[in-house]
Design a protein around this ligand. Sequence first.
Ligand code: NAP
Length: 277
Amino acid sequence: MRYIELSSGQAMPVLGQGTWGFGEGRSRRSGAIASLRYGLDVGLGLIDTAEMYGDGAAEEIVGEAIAGRRDEVFLVSKVYPHNASRPGVAAACERSLKRLQTDRLDLYLLHWRGSIPLAETVAGFEALMGQGKILSFGVSNFDTPDMEELWDTPGGSAATANQILYNPSRRGCEFDLLPWCRNHQVAVMAYSPIEQGRLLRDQVLQRLAAARGCTVAQLLIAWVLRREGVATIPKAERIEHVRENAAALNIVLTAEELAAIDHKFPPPRHKVPLEML
Ligand code: NAP
């Protein structure tokens, strides 16, 4: 596994596992737990969840999957914006820790910007850090102006990560946000690297993957991870997908492959507002 050194000094694995959809709809609890455990077996030690996912059910599934293996995991969860007041953050974190059956999160994120002032949320995160309940904090779905505002907020520049939508079809952030994050030592966690399955049908990507002898999902994961300071958290409920995704860590794309992807999905030439799913 490769790691990103966060500004807090923590080492975050670059490749992990998402959990959006676990505990919802047709998702099978036992299958989700088995996939997460298999992911840990093959070194995918970064697990991303949120109080929102399955209304807490995804956190419960993660808790069951990592029981007895907490030290193998870099555990990330997220607080709803409407819970992100100073007391609200404390209460939400307590509920998440209980569902996750642990005493600490490695990273706690504000899921997206809401109406509660950032200063309150940061103060809540700082209090949790003081108690050892979270080891660092960050944000999600923050565009460059949001990051600048966070940096102007007392204590805000201690944020270690920004989790954002990033894949070849959503690369507007390359224009300004990724450079901003890099310059300020903020790790980027790319979510929906496979565009929730939609990019698997792209013919250019299919051709490139076939020529290399890998799958489109692997190509996409390798593409996201080509940049320093970027981690990613594909979600896979099927064990064979987890196996494939873990193996993508060894793929280094060639200049020709990157140029072909740029041709199909051109990099941004001007500011594009950050998209979110
Ligand atoms: P994603 O990871 O791009 O795509 C997930 C889909 O891809 C699932 O249908 C999965 O199938 C399939 N898949 C995974 N690996 C595959 C493979 N090797 N071959 C073929 N198909 C494969 O989308 P996502 O779940 O939206 O994003 C990943 C994670 O990022 C989420 O789970 C969540 O933790 C996080 N996220 C955060 C935010 C935010 O606002 N911060 C927003 C969206 C997502 P199976 O499940 O059937 O294996």
